[in-house]
Design a protein around this ligand. Structure first.
Ligand SMILES: NC(=O)C1=CN([C@@H]2O[C@H](COP(=O)(O)OP(=O)(O)OC[C@H]3O[C@@H](n4cnc5c(N)ncnc54)[C@H](OP(=O)(O)O)[C@@H]3O)[C@@H](O)[C@H]2O)C=CC1
Ligand SMILES: O=C(O)C1=N[C@H](C(=O)O)C[C@H](O)C1
Length: 261
């Protein structure tokens, strides 16, 4: 039985993850955390009526025998949350995006020092993991790339963690190249999107969307578009479940679900 605490349990992803843990016979939800909540027990939340799970709202006051910490919170909270988990010997399974490279490196060092396994996954969806792998493969032959990520209108960070991760994976194999016309101008600032090593990243935010990404490649007389769609947040739970099952077996903090698949 894997004992789990979920941070961000009032949120879209945190509530989905808490439900997944409750529904899984091999997992036990032993705590929930949300810095701005007031309830003392998860059962006070209408969605979780009948559950008896302690709810915490102050990081330093958390007392738990959880061995896995699932985190779907906000970019400004996740680093401190992960540090707390690792320092208490709890393996973090982090879906929250928006950490800096320096913060990730810091957490990896801490996890190694403490010999705690963990995972930071910018995307727990299998379709997104495959999209990133296929895009990396294609970029060897098509160095001209545009990444278009599309999300629901409430998303805080942009570009998405998945888009940044896609660009990083492509950059590992792509011949460095300044794309487009060197004399190009922007009549409206930002029209060409964000720039990562010459690639352009565009962030679309619209009600009705969940999480989607297209990577477009162009070459002389041909093009290739790779697309993935998360139509429902349940799409991320396959990956979260795998991570919860396996993360305690390791003694380092991985970045990317592919390391545990
Ligand atoms: N890796 C992946 O596969 C996926 C990652 N994500 C990422 O997960 C994160 C959460 O997304 P989503 O669920 O849509 O966002 P929500 O805004 O719905 O949920 C975030 C939750 O975190 C809570 N929160 C705020 N501050 C803290 C804190 N200091 N400690 C603990 N909890 C806190 C919020 O509480 P309050 O409401 O009171 O502010 C809220 O309930 C985002 O970074 C998103 O990019 C999303 C989908 C998939
Ligand atoms: O905020 C979201 O919803 C999502 N966030 C992650 C990201 O930033 O890549 C993963 C997925 O795209 C959904």
């Amino acid at each position: 039985m894997v004992k789990v605490i979920v941070a961000g349990y009032h949120g879209r992803m945190g509530s989905t993850a808490a439900q997944m843990v409750i529904d899984n016979a091999d997992f036990e939800l032993v705590g929930v955390f949300d810095a701005r909540g007031k309830d003392e027990n998860l059962g006070e939340d209408d969605q979780f009526k009948g559950q008896d799970v302690p709810a915490f709202h102050d990081l330093q006051a958390i007392k738990t025998d959880a061995t896995v910490w699932i985190d779907f919170t906000i970019p400004t909270a996740v680093y401190e949350n992960a540090k707390f988990a690792i320092n208490h010997g709890i393996s973090p399974v982090i879906g929250t995006t928006g950490m800096t490279d320096a913060q990730v490196a810091d957490l990896q060092k801490l996890a190694k020092d403490k010999q705690v396994g963990g995972l930071i996954a910018p995307n727990f969806g299998i379709s997104a993991v495959l999209l990133m792998q296929f895009a990396q493969q294609a970029a060897k032959y098509f160095p001209d790339v545009e990444i278009i990520e599309m999300h629901h209108a409430d998303k805080i960070d942009s570009p998405s963690g998945t888009a940044i991760s896609t660009a990083k994976k492509i950059a590992e194999v792509r011949k460095p190249k300044e794309q487009g016309n060197p004399d190009a101008t922007e009549t409206l600032p930002g029209a060409r999107g964000a720039e990562y090593e010459g690639m352009r990243i565009h962030a679309v935010r619209l009600p009705g969307l969940v999480a989607h990404e297209e990577v477009m490649f162009g070459g002389p007389g041909e093009g290739l578009t790779i697309r993935q769609d998360s139509y429902d947040r349940i799409s991320f739970m396959t990956g979260v479940k795998v991570a919860v099952e396996k993360v305690n077996q390791y003694h380092e903090l991985f970045v990317g679900l592919e390391h545990l698949l």
